[in-house]
Design a protein around this ligand. Structure first.
Ligand code: HEC
Ligand code: HEC
Ligand code: HEC
Length: 377
């Protein structure tokens, strides 16, 4: 029996004396509260801290609230390397400036918040996976701990939880490798990678999306190399306006100027698509059939009519895209993510016609298909 249920039964049995007592108490507390607030005696200074008993009381209430509200759901496998890498990369931009990170101290500003953000390397073990999920998704009222920027991307929240689980044992080097995707080995031939006219903002994107040196390291991050400029720009503007829902990308794109958006789109559109080892088995069969002919009986159009090289430049190319990213995106639309842009409105009804088998087959097909061109679009 849950705590809430036990309380409910007790209240039903003894409601009369409880109601009278509660009314009297409420009146007393309310007038007391008004008096304290009116007098201005309680200090709201963040420099002083709460009295110890208030501090303990608030923490007790907070921990119980999180325990009560944490959802009863099965987490995805949290030892998934793609998920951990994506979570680390987001943590670097979205959490570390308050909580610190392996080898990275908290900023003095964060240290003087009340309550101060705890060092999570020692705190994650206090919580279950579901509780961590709830904390990261909803944040904590009156503490400065923010909720996830959008409420319909549980998949992204789990990526951060997967990283948090690894964080206590992580060295500074491992953290930097994951979050910054630093290239350890010199590129082939020992040459420095020429950034050319790449805009300054590229380094903020390369951590996740890669650059001239290579494609994204997490399969959950889309390959941008060689996508049409119009499509890239369109997507970035949709994140900035909030029409395309992603707490990770909305955080990463925030602060970009309109000129930077345009420059970044030109930059990634001009990159050579990454070379892949082709999985010939995935190139025949059901995935190819759907891509080239669709399934007229189920009213599924041929994917290639909108995703080939000659399609409209605001449509994304799928050849050479990461299979896990493709599948993830299609499943998000199926799970009810609604279309809020003109382009998503075209795709969402199609995504909802696909079965899990269809999704697995087309994802493998497109990720194995070599991408044409790249430069100059
Ligand atoms: C603006 C500062 C700030 C940012 C950004 C922030 N947090 Fe927090 N966080 C806090 C504060 C303050 C608390 C402490 C609340 C308390 O003690 O009641 C907290 C508490 C937590 C807790 C509960 C730990 C505990 O035992 O009290 C977790 C887990 C957490 N944050 C994770 C994250 C993650 C993951 C991110 C990034 C997605 C993040 N936070 C971003 C300020 C921040
Ligand atoms: C922390 C990792 C991370 C960083 C940093 C990041 N991105 Fe992303 N990006 C993602 C993920 C994950 C997605 C998929 C989001 C979704 O589901 O819509 C994405 C999606 C995109 C898309 C849409 C691609 C498509 O195929 O629809 C574009 C464009 C993009 N990012 C550009 C950028 C640019 C430009 C920057 C630098 C300012 C950047 N990203 C920084 C992780 C990142
Ligand atoms: C009538 C045109 C059309 C057809 C047919 C079509 N799509 Fe799309 N698709 C789009 C558009 C437009 C978008 C961009 C959606 C957005 O902006 O969020 C898109 C986006 C996608 C994405 C996300 C790509 C990315 O980079 O983020 C995937 C995956 C996808 N489609 C798969 C498919 C599959 C699989 C099929 C065939 C079963 C298919 N599409 C058929 C128009 C189409």
């Amino acid at each position: 029996m849950s705590r809430v249920e036990a309380l409910r039964r007790f209240l039903v049995r003894r409601w009369k004396p409880i109601a009278a007592g509660a009314a009297a108490l409420a009146l007393l507390a309310a007038s007391g509260g008004v008096l304290v607030a009116w007098s201005g005696l309680y200090s709201v200074a963040a420099s002083k801290g709460h009295w110890l008993v208030i501090d303990r009381f608030l923490r007790f209430g907070m921990m119980n609230s999180v325990e009560t509200h944490a959802p009863d759901v099965e987490p995805p496998p949290l030892d998934d390397a793609d998920l951990i890498r994506l979570g680390a990369a987001h943590y670097y931009a979205g959490c570390a400036y308050c909580h610190g990170a392996p080898g990275l101290a908290m900023t003095p500003v964060a240290q003087h918040m009340l309550p101060a953000p705890p060092d999570l390397t020692s705190h994650v073990s206090l919580w279950t996976d579901q509780e961590l999920f709830w904390l990261v998704k909803h944040g904590l009222k009156y503490t400065g701990m923010p909720g996830w920027p959008v409420q319909n991307r549980d998949d992204e929240v789990w990526a951060v939880v997967a990283f948090l689980r690894q964080m206590p044992d992580m060295t500074q080097q491992t953290y930097r490798d994951l979050a910054l995707a630093e290239v350890e080995a010199e590129p082939q031939g020992g040459e420095e990678i020429a950034r050319g006219n790449a805009p300054d903002a590229v380094s903020a994107c390369a951590r996740c999306h890669g650059d001239e040196a290579g494609p994204p390291k997490s399969e959950l991050v889309p390959v941008l190399h060689g996508q049409p400029r119009e499509m890239l720009e369109n997507a970035l503007r949709a994140y900035l306006s909030g029409e395309r829902s992603s707490g990770i990308m909305q955080t990463a794109a925030s602060g970009l100027s309109s000129d930077e958006v345009a420059e970044l789109a030109v930059y990634y559109a001009g990159l050579e698509p990454p070379r892949r080892t082709i999985d010939t088995a995935a190139l025949s069969g059901h995935g190819r059939e759907l891509a080239e002919s669709g399934d007229p009986a189920r009213r599924i159009p041929a994917c290639m009519s909108c995703h080939s090289e000659s399609a409209l430049p605001v449509y994304p190319r799928l050849a050479g895209q990461n299979a896990r990213y493709i599948a993830n995106r299609l499943k998000a639309w199926q799970a009810g993510q609604t279309a809020r842009t003109d382009t998503a409105a075209i795709m969402v009804p199609i995504a909802r016609l696909l079965t899990d088998d269809d999704i697995a087959a087309v994802s493998d097909y497109f990720s194995s298909l070599p991408q044409a061109g790249g430069a100059g679009r």
